[in-house]
Design a protein around this ligand. Structure first.
Ligand code: ADP
Ligand code: MG
Length: 144
């Protein structure tokens, strides 16, 4: 388990960049945290660390957004609106999860049953006692 505390969006972005630089093809990162904790900021940092310069948008309405520009593809999922696993089949999720890119999944708890055991969970939490911009980023699973 790895814990990183940040005190600004920029710091979270830079931490994401490091994760992106270290990412290996085929890895799956799940992103857990309430709205506004920084899942997108961290994803933008990771994308930057992979060498992606185009803007990272929320894939809420498309379920998955693919970015091919970096040193490996980034498959950015937001499964918030997925109704059942058949929809994931139709999207062809296996091509991504077991592919040669980095898969990132927001709201991954909704697709627990098809999530490979070997994934890395990134949890982001606030702690208002430590300040409005404080975030605790806890990474577990995978090869950590
Ligand atoms: P999510 O995708 O989890 O809903 P976003 O990344 O879209 O959240 O937004 C996070 C918000 O919190 C941004 O407005 C960002 O500026 C702000 N913020 C404040 N402090 C931090 C921090 N330490 N890390 C990340 N974001 C922060
Ligand atoms: Mg978001």
């Amino acid at each position: 388990m790895q814990i990183k505390e940040t005190f600004s969006p920029e710091e979270t972005f830079r931490f994401g960049q490091k994760l992106g630089e270290q990412a290996q093809p085929g890895e799956i990162y799940t992103l857990v945290g309430d709205l506004g904790t920084g899942k997108t900021v961290l994803t933008q940092g990771i994308a930057s660390g992979l060498g992606i310069t185009e803007p990272i948008c929320s894939p809420t309405f498309t379920v998955v957004q693919v970015y091919e520009e970096g040193r490996m593809p980034l498959y950015h999922f937001d499964v918030y609106r997925i109704g059942d696993m058949e929809e994931m089949e139709e999207i062809g999720y296996e091509d991504y999860f077991y592919g040669q890119g980095l898969t990132m999944i927001e709201w991954a708890n909704l697709i627990q049953e098809i999530l490979p055991d070997c994934h890395r969970e990134i949890r982001i939490e606030k702690d208002l006692e430590k300040g409005f911009d404080y975030r605790r980023i806890v990474i577990s699973g995978g090869n950590i």
